[in-house]
Design a protein around this ligand. Structure first.
Ligand code: AKG
Ligand code: FE2
Length: 281
């Protein structure tokens, strides 16, 4: 199917910028960058099987429920398949190999600096009946009055980004992520608004293997899975080195799986937190 046929009226505009400088500009201007065809079909199949095999750990704030019952983590009012597992790099080296996937890692190092690291990596499986999320920001590091941010043309540094690795074709039925593009420049959280600066929320309709990387201040939400399909999403959260990593269990009880760590490349070890000593170390 041609990519154009796949688009719908309320689709987010997905433009591929091949050049790093244009990707950085898009992250600053639009709040997100689109990377098509990052994963091959075999990789997608392997990642899905790897996610199916993940065992939830209560102390890690993992969540696992089926349409019949809640198994681990918080209880949902409606029952549906939901498996959300944190720090998946520590479960299976398969996942470790996606924390520095090109071309995402090049943009990540450009926006968060050469000493950047991951703050988390999650596997998220959601079945039919998953409800809509509320429009939110993942983190608003610098709240600012709108007139200040717009009139003074303030450029807020990019503190945290998340790469969504979509493992399914995403149409309106399976539950696209919705974005209000440009809303990172609002300087605030949505607080119930669904429009910013005249721009409405738009759906990310994309293909299995595509990646969207977005900054934490963009207004966004996951939407209801109205299909009979199960949606598989891998998230990698990146940040500037000075931002703390979210590796539960807390406090300070996280332990690397040594056999997985032994397989990490020097760059992967740095992304996992093995930094040169610097201020505060
Ligand atoms: O499921 C999605 O597409 C987005 C999820 C999300 O934004 C969140 O849980 O913070
Ligand atoms: Fe979110």
């Amino acid at each position: 199917m041609a990519r154009e046929n796949f688009k719908m009226e309320h689709s987010l505009s997905l433009i591929e910028y091949q050049n790093l400088e244009d990707q950085v500009k898009a992250m600053e201007r639009d709040g997100y960058v689109y990377f098509p065809n990052v994963l091959k079909a075999e990789e997608i199949a392997e990642l899905k099987a790897g996610m199916d095999a993940l065992e939830p750990i209560k102390e890690n704030f993992d969540h696992y429920s089926t349409p019949e019952k809640d198994i681990v983590g918080k209880k949902n009012k409606q029952k549906f398949l939901q498996k959300h597992i944190k720090c998946i790099f520590n479960h299976n080296a398969l996942f470790l190999n996606y924390i520095d996937r090109s071309p995402i890692i090049e943009l990540t190092e450009a926006v968060h600096g050469e000493e950047c690291h991951i703050i988390g990596q999650s596997g998220w499986v959601t079945g039919q009946g998953r409800p809509d999320q509320e429009l939110h920001v993942d983190w608003l590091p610098v709240p600012l009055p709108e007139e200040v941010i717009c009139k003074l043309n303030i450029i807020v540094p990019i503190f945290i980004t998340t790469a969504h690795f979509y493992l399914d074709d995403i149409d309106e039925e399976i539950g696209p992520t919705k974005f209000v593009p440009g809303s990172h420049r609002s300087g605030r959280t949505p607080n119930g608004d669904t429009t910013w600066n005249g721009v409405k929320e738009q759906s990310i309709h994309c293909r299995a293997g595509d990646v969207i990387q977005f900054r934490s201040e963009v207004w966004h939400r996951g939407s209801a899975n109205k299909s009979r399909k199960t949606r598989y999403l891998m998230q990698v959260h990146y940040s500037h080195r000075m931002i703390t990593q979210k590796f539960p269990p807390y406090p300070h009880r996280f332990r690397f799986n040594e056999s997985i760590l032994a397989q990490a490349t020097p760059r992967q070890r740095r992304l996992l937190g093995e930094h040169k000593s610097s201020n505060y170390d």
